[in-house]
Design a protein around this ligand. Structure first.
Ligand SMILES: C[S@@+](CC[C@H](N)C(=O)[O-])C[C@H]1O[C@@H](n2cnc3c(N)ncnc32)[C@H](O)[C@@H]1O
Length: 228
């Protein structure tokens, strides 16, 4: 991607937000890892997108958060605390945007990778990115990109790593938790949840079935055991 497409107001704001939150050294680490990721595959995940600039046909648009690709350094740090065998696991990204977390899951060797996103424009970028990613990576993962509201998604019986990078507010997350519990009770299995940048959204922590297994500045990793 040409430099002029990266140096824009939203990305500059992101850099200043990170300066305040994590300091100069970590911000620099984030920038380098984000740039290297897009350069490695020649895809576009780095530019953010505000929801009010996108066509979204959902009553939940107002409680959704804008698109920002998950940083590779944060993804690797957090996901390593979910004790799953990627080669036997199904990863679902709730609010998958341009697909960055899906591609990072593929790099980790997940067998099946599903992205659920309610913006058609972001889904289209994701589909384009996916074709390029497949041609440039050695991933053998099975991919699925769904254009829908994540709170309406019936979680499949084999999904065991559920990823949330601050897609929406606590109320909608609580609705999704209902879908997770339903899926787990219908097809009992261990489920891991990675919730990044919760920004006060404590829906998983408040739900008694989810146990915190790792907590860091960047978010939480939870484990859900099947009911007895
Ligand atoms: C912070 S971005 C995360 C992007 C992606 N998960 C990643 O890590 O690269 C949040 C995404 O959630 C999407 N989103 C917000 N509310 C949603 C909803 N109710 N259903 C589906 N997608 C939603 C936004 O459009 C945005 O792309």
């Amino acid at each position: 991607m040409p430099a002029f497409e990266i140096v824009n107001v939203e990305n500059i704001k992101k850099v200043f937000r990170n300066f305040r939150k994590v300091g100069v050294v970590t911000t620099f680490r984030y920038i380098v890892s984000d740039l290297l990721f897009d350069m490695r595959y020649k895809i576009d995940t780095i530019n953010t997108a505000q929801l009010d600039t996108l066509k979204i046909d959902s009553q939940n648009k107002s409680v959704g958060n804008y698109y920002e690709g998950t940083n590779a350094y944060i993804f690797q740090k957090m996901i390593s605390h979910a004790q799953v065998d990627p080669s036997k696991s199904c990863f679902v990204d709730f609010g998958s945007g341009k697909g960055k977390a899906m591609f990072m899951a593929a790099e980790r060797g997940f067998r099946k990778i599903i992205g659920v996103e309610f913006s058609i424009e972001l889904v289209e970028v994701n589909r384009k990115n996916l074709e390029i990613f497949k041609s440039r990576s050695k991933s053998k993962a099975e991919f699925e990109i769904l254009h829908m509201d994540a709170s309406e998604y019936a979680i499949p019986a084999d999904a065991n790593l559920l990823f949330f990078s601050n897609p929406f507010n606590e109320e909608l997350t609580t609705k999704v938790i209902g879908n997770i519990l339903k899926s787990c009770d219908q097809s009992p299995r261990e489920i891991w949840v990675v919730h990044l940048h919760p920004q006060g959204n404590m829906a998983f922590a408040k739900s008694p079935r989810f146990k915190v297994v790792y907590e860091a500045r960047e978010g939480f990793v939870f484990q859900l055991e099947p009911a007895d």
